[in-house]
Design a protein around this ligand. Structure first.
Ligand code: NAP
Ligand code: MG
Length: 499
């Protein structure tokens, strides 16, 4: 779509871009009831992009009412799956038509490289919407094998009003993982994007309306987590919350639910992915290269980032040497330059948080192998160079806590059982990887790792048909695949006696 655009082209487009910056409720843009706004900043320069309506309780309530009204009318919830499919396919086509604009919004708002937003975030989001659109008229309900004098129809019904609360690292893609299955199954939605990244979601909602998603079905309330997010979590007329974000905030949503209407909650939370490289990896160079990309991609702001390199002692030096080489081509640059592989951290707070972890690593006695500093500060932006610690103990803060930045902790092991033990020794269980040529070791290790996805001889591979989500405090419920439908539907058994 945009492969041919140069840095100048992207900058020209950025200058002429207009922003949607109000709440989107009932297919219209409206200011927050309070009239308040917050600043959306470009982390590549530290300069403001636009003022965005700061939605709060009253706005969430308006959006939930619009969503409920649409749901009850049945304009979306009770039409044929094939009809919803038509609208959602049109929606995906419109996303494709406006792909460069969406990619640009994503890059300007959060500082990720334009090459990534246009080749990863936007196309995968479009694919996701299409996939659920295509799926929805091919799913059958069930009839239970009861005695012959009865029929028990087991049907999936949409839940009603779904609140989606999403993070800033992949706003469009994490949003699409929820919007696709929630809308395909007939729900109405209220989406609360992260305060750092509201712009692409607001444009997306407008495109959905243009595609024919009826009024009130897809609403977006930008605003702060503690206000708008909490209001959604505690709303008495929201049937479910689908959340992606930190474990800490995920736990808040469980509390909100318990203290309000017991709404269903599904949580995609943090991670501390162990990337286990055994000495008999089929190709050590490839493993090391994947390890580098696995932690530095998207500035390390990835829930399943391979932040713990658990490597067999005998090959550690060779692996780190290769990672160092790859890191050289991943030095941060201007996100609007198509050649840039690593952009800016999402904001100043996140940058300082990551720098704080780097300091903590050194203080605890880990050895800084390379990187560790803020760079390009003359741009006003928030860049951190790829950073690797050697000699890390798994008990250290940098091995236990999610840093959400380009910081790799290297831990060595001598025998595979140890690797699994270290791998499992955090509160998280989102993803894991193991590299080995031995099929027995590969299978045993992947079975013993407590994670929602385990990659064997690869890292971060996936497909919309394969489920994604965590074990332990990485959450519960799955995004992607037909299993995601479970989060947005409830089963109703209709028992018919045959006399
Ligand atoms: P976050 O701070 O937990 O925020 C996530 C969302 O929750 C945002 O929309 C945020 O709004 C809102 N929120 C914050 N405090 C809240 C509160 N007290 N009540 C209600 N809502 C609240 O996470 P983030 O910093 O945006 O994203 C990074 C995290 O997301 C990492 O932990 C990462 O691992 C996780 N993540 C997980 C997955 C996955 O699939 N498992 C994928 C991507 C990211 P504000 O921004 O306005 O505060
Ligand atoms: Mg921003």
């Amino acid at each position: 779509m945009s492969a041919a655009l140069s840095r100048e082209n992207w900058n020209d487009r950025a200058r002429s871009l207009s922003y949607r910056n109000q709440c989107f409720i009932g297919n219209r843009f409206v200011s927050a009831a309070s009239g308040r706004t917050f600043t959306s900043t470009n982390p590549a320069t530290g300069k403001p992009l636009t003022q965005v309506s700061a939605g709060d309780k009253e706005d969430v309530d308006r959006a939930v009412k619009a969503a409920r009204a649409a749901f009850d009318k049945g304009v979306w919830s009770r039409i044929a799956g094939a009809e919803r499919k038509k609208v959602l396919l049109r929606f995906a086509d419109l996303m494709e038509k406006h792909a460069t604009e969406l990619a640009l919004l994503e890059t300007l708002d959060i500082g990720k490289p334009i090459g990534d937003s246009s080749s990863v975030d936007v196309p995968l989001s479009i694919q996701c919407i299409r996939w659920y659109a295509e799926a929805i008229d091919k799913i059958y309900d069930e009839i239970a094998p009861t005695e012959p004098n009865a029929i028990s129809l087991i049907r999936r019904e949409p839940l009603g009003v779904v609140g989606a609360v999403i993070p800033w690292n992949f706003p469009l893609l994490m949003g699409s993982w929820k919007i696709g299955p929630a809308l395909a199954t007939g729900n109405s939605m209220v989406v609360k994007p992260a305060e750092q990244s509201p712009l692409s979601m607001l444009r997306l909602a407008e495109l959905a309306a243009e595609a024919g998603v009826p009024e009130g079905v897809f609403n977006v309330v930008p605003g702060y987590g503690e206000t708008a997010g909490q209001a959604l979590g505690r709303h008495m007329d929201v049937d479910a919350i689908t959340f992606t974000g930190s474990t800490e905030v995920g736990k808040f949503f469980l509390r909100y639910s318990g203290e309000s209407n017991m709404k269903q909650v599904s949580l995609e939370c943090g991670g501390k992915t162990p990337n286990i490289i055994m000495a008999d990896a089929p190709n050590l160079d490839a493993a090391a290269e994947a390890a580098a990309w696995g932690i530095f991609f998207n500035q390390g702001e990835v829930c399943n980032a391979g932040s713990r390199l658990i490597v067999e002692e005998s090959v550690k030096d060779a692996v780190l040497e290769k990672i160092r080489k790859v890191a050289q081509i991943l030095q941060p640059g201007d996100p609007l330059d198509p050649k840039t592989k690593m952009g800016a951290m999402v904001d100043e707070t996140q940058m300082n948080r990551v720098l704080g972890y780097i300091e903590a690593g050194s203080k605890e006695g880990a050895k800084l192998a390379f990187g560790g500093k803020r760079v390009r500060s003359e741009t006003g932006g928030y860049y951190i160079e790829p950073t690797v610690f050697d000699g890390v103990k798994n008990s250290m803060k940098i091995a236990q806590e999610e840093i959400f930045g380009p910081v790799l902790s290297t831990i060595t092991f001598k025998d595979p059982a140890d690797a699994v033990k270290i791998g499992n020794d955090t509160v998280y269980g989102l993803a894991a990887a193991v590299w080995t040529s031995d099929i027995n070791k590969a299978f045993k290790t992947s079975a013993a790792l407590r994670a929602g996805v385990v990659w064997v001889n690869c890292f971060d591979n996936g497909h919309i048909s394969s489920p994604f989500g965590g074990f332990k405090q990485s959450g519960f419920g799955r995004d992607k695949s037909l299993h995601a439908m479970d989060k947005y539907t409830q089963l109703k058994a209709t028992w018919i006696n045959i006399s």
